[in-house]
Design a protein around this ligand. Structure first.
Ligand code: C2E
Ligand code: MG
Ligand code: MG
Ligand code: MG
Length: 284
């Protein structure tokens, strides 16, 4: 009896301790503050897209660009997506935020097409909540229609996780997106778990080899083996391959030798504000 009373007191004590853990309270508070700031930020137009060029390995010709969101925070300066995307995802803010990204990217694509700068597809990252939301395909179609841009101007980046969920449903959505002319890429390929059957059956145009493998090239034998295997597998399924996070010419040389057709990374260019990306295109 005495023992169990002691146990109760202890466990309650532990629970109380957890409840008042200052670090936890701070984290919860930070998330709340950020949530209300994110809503305001959307209203005040504080988000911006940066664009990272994607080039063909053979001749470094521009073949696309990835749109990457940043938050121009009034006090904290430029914030990167890792700081606020997870909060937005928890709070369902990711729907309006993702919709903003889509429209802004398509708007930029329209401008560049009109100016004769590039007709290459602009890559847009999707969140799970977005891809799974009701009416997602219709929302994409509406943005394209309203902006007067063909689906060919858009590439959607999905994670392996998003493609694994419910094969018939994913298949249905991807088929409709493909019918609009939109390209489908699998982001951060190799970091999640993915079934070969999904990769084979889904209408996927491109796999993006994750930076974590690329950064260890060419010296790390395991990374080299994985990269080689991804390229061979994608090619045998009729899909193309882009390596992300390419930083050195040695990485580029290895990827070129292995037949990786496209590159993206700081070696080519860091992500750039729209105006700087336009200058980059005029220069190259
Ligand atoms: P991601 O889609 O894999 O994007 C690539 C990330 O690698 C970007 O970081 C890019 O700046 C960075 N990167 C590119 N080349 C290099 C390089 O050579 N070296 C290094 N060290 N890094 C490089 P960023 O912009 O911070 O984005 C991080 C992640 O945030 C993205 O990973 C993506 O998952 C997510 N994200 C970005 N924008 C959006 C968005 O609009 N919507 C959603 N849902 N997620 C987004
Ligand atoms: Mg991406
Ligand atoms: Mg990626
Ligand atoms: Mg990545």
């Amino acid at each position: 009896h005495a023992d169990s009373a002691m146990y109760l007191a202890k466990s309650r004590g532990r629970a109380n301790y957890q409840f008042f853990d200052p670090a936890m309270v701070q984290t919860a508070y930070d998330a709340l503050v950020m949530e209300s700031q994110l809503v305001q930020a959307l209203e005040r137009d504080e988000f911006v897209l940066h664009f990272q060029p994607q080039v063909r390995t053979r001749d470094q010709a521009l073949v696309g660009a990835e749109a990457l969101i940043r938050w121009n925070h009034p006090q904290q300066g430029l914030l990167y997506p890792d700081r606020f995307i997870p909060v937005a995802e928890q709070q369902r803010l990711m729907l309006p935020l993702g919709q903003w990204v889509l429209r802004e990217a398509v708007r930029c694509a329209r401008g560049w097409r009109a100016a004769g700068l590039t007709g290459a597809p602009i890559g847009v990252n999707l969140s799970t909540v977005q891809f799974q939301s009701a009416g997602f395909v219709e929302a994409v179609e509406r943005v394209l229609q309203e902006e007067g841009v063909p689906g060919e101007a858009l590439e959607l980046e999905l994670s392996e996780r998003m493609l694994m969920d419910d094969l018939p449903d994913v298949m249905h959505k991807l088929t409709r997106l493909k019918a609009l002319g939109i390209r489908i890429a699998v982001d951060d390929f190799g970091t999640g778990y993915f079934s070969l059957r999904h990769l084979k059956e889904l209408p996927i145009d491109k796999v993006k080899i994750d930076r974590s493998f690329v950064q260890d090239l060419p010296h790390a034998q395991d990374a080299a083996a994985i990269v080689r295997a991804i390229i061979q597998m994608a090619h045998s399924l009729g899909q193309s391959v882009i390596a992300e996070g390419v930083e050195t010419t040695r990485q580029l040389d290895f990827l070129a030798t292995q037949g990786c057709e496209e590159l993206q990374g700081d070696l080519i260019s860091a992500p750039l504000p729209a105006v700087e990306f336009e200058n980059w295109m005029r220069r190259s």
